[in-house]
Design a protein around this ligand. Structure first.
Ligand code: ARG
Length: 464
């Protein structure tokens, strides 16, 4: 970052130069450089419209196009020289353009303000980010389907209150996350519709007196329409807030999943192993293998939640229209996108590398009387009211616990002491497989239902 010792863009109005500390305090070029290519994209469309409307000459347009093409390649090559004195990405590019092509560069800003320019850039950036995130979510969903497909018959305990509740398949558990991600993707898609509107033409706040054609710019940039009120166009960042809220939910879902992976990997539980490349050792304890990646996903959820609160807080006190506060929208937004991109990428890889330990899962499901509800349901189907059935089974569980055995290990005569309705066919009901198979409706854990859910998931992803 260099310093350009010449006049500021607006210096004619001022009696003294901006203080050095203030320059640094107000400059955003350190982070809004990230918008550079979108800024150029927006400027090209704006210039094309200005020429089409006869506001600038065709020659100006081709000079601007030539200059911006050069700047674009300088930026991509990392050769562009950014200056703090030029405050932000917009002024840096505009100054360079003027250096390269002269007066045409100075004409680019006709009928435009940095207020509608930056709002446009952020929307272009975010639209792009959403499209990338949609692909990354789909890739993670695919990895979940691949793993689930192998485990419709792998039985584990399902938990409520983190206590063994009822047996489920590992595939069923994984598919719960598939559903969460499906809603996450829907939320992003929905947000995209509101992101994809053009602010340009709003100029500083009230519109512009030039005979512009906003629809043309919108079409050139692939926006679905224009923002319909100029004050709103330059000042609201609700689309960024909405996106960050959707992002916070994605992270929240992955944080829950991470918590489970960490638990499952604990040697006391031992349901899975995470590939070594996602773990680290300890500098002092030679035996350690730490699940760093899921822990960090859990941790980084806090930072994205923080960004959401930052953006909401940024907005809440602002009178219409644009205020410099809005410059603070970028870092939280960029970091949310970066965190999501990195997290989704690493997660997909990690899920593909999970080693499942079906025996440990099955053993855990066999402990804790996971089929007690099945026994109660069995009695209800034989005519006992559910509350009575519940009580009879509770007594049976207590008996089994005292004896240190499973319900299926109690012989028939003893079981009949809890209810005379119990017959030989009870042992099928008490088996883990029987329990799963009986939950045979859409959304249930029966292997054929989970297989159908996986097939629906495949079709959903193909249709994306
Ligand atoms: N860097 C500014 C931002 O990010 C651009 C808009 C500046 N507009 C202004 N009137 N100072 O919001």
């Amino acid at each position: 970052m260099t310093s350009i010792q010449d006049k500021n863009t607006w210096s004619g109005r001022f009696a003294e130069p901006v203080a050095e500390l203030v320059k640094r305090y107000t400059a955003s070029v350190g982070f809004d450089q990230k918008l550079a290519l979108f800024d150029i994209q927006g400027s090209l469309a704006h210039a094309q419209m200005l020429a089409a409307c006869g506001i600038i000459a065709e020659q100006d347009l081709s000079d601007i196009q030539r200059g911006l093409a050069k700047i674009r390649s300088e930026i991509i090559a990392g050769e562009f020289i950014w200056s703090f004195d030029l405050e932000d990405v917009h002024l840096n590019i505009e100054r360079r353009l003027t250096t390269l092509v002269g007066d045409a560069g100075k004409r680019l800003h006709t009928g435009r303000s940095r207020n509608d320019q930056v709002a446009t850039d952020v929307r272009l950036y975010l639209r792009d980010a959403i499209d990338e995130l949609m692909k990354l979510i789909a890739a993670l969903q695919n990895a979940l389907l691949d793993l689930a497909e192998l485990h419709t018959l792998t039985i584990m305990p399902g938990f409520t209150h983190l206590q063994v509740a009822q047996p489920i398949s590992f595939a069923h558990h994984l598919m719960a996350y598939f559903e969460m991600l499906k809603r996450d993707a829907e939320r992003l898609q929905d947000t995209r519709r509101r992101v994809n509107r053009l602010p340009l033409g709003a100029a500083a706040l009230a519109g512009t007196s030039y005979p512009i054609r906003r629809e043309m710019v919108a079409e050139l940039l692939g926006f679905e329409g224009v923002c319909e009120n100029s004050l709103d166009a330059v000042s609201d960042r609700d689309f960024a807030i909405e996106f960050t809220a959707a992002g916070a939910l994605i992270m929240t879902h992955l944080s829950r999943f991470s918590e489970e992976l960490i638990l499952w990997m604990n040697p006391r539980v031992g349901f899975i192993d995470i590939a070594d490349r996602f773990c680290t050792g300890s500098s002092i304890m030679p035996q350690k293998k730490n699940p760093d990646v899921p822990e960090l996903v859990r941790g980084k959820t806090g930072r994205v939640n923080g960004h959401l609160v930052a953006l909401l807080t940024l907005m809440k006190g602002q009178p219409l229209a644009y205020n410099k506060d809005n410059q603070e929208d970028k870092e939280p937004l960029f970091d949310t996108v970066d965190t999501l991109v990195q997290t989704l990428r690493i997660y997909t890889d990690m899920i593909s590398g999970i080693k499942v330990k079906p025996d440990a899962m099955r053993n855990a499901a066999l402990q804790g009387y996971a089929t007690a509800t099945d026994l109660a349901d069995y009695l209800v189907k034989k005519g006992l009211p559910f509350r009575d059935a519940h009580e009879a089974v509770a007594l049976a569980v207590r008996f089994a616990e005292q004896r240190g055995c499973d319900l299926s290990e109690i012989d028939l005569a003893e079981l009949q002491s809890f209810s005379m309705l119990i017959e030989q066919d009870v042992y099928q009901v008490l088996s883990l497989e029987g329990s799963l198979a009986s939950r045979n409706h859409i959304g249930g854990t029966a292997p054929n239902q989970v297989a159908a859910a996986i097939a629906r998931g495949r079709r959903y992803l193909e249709a994306q």
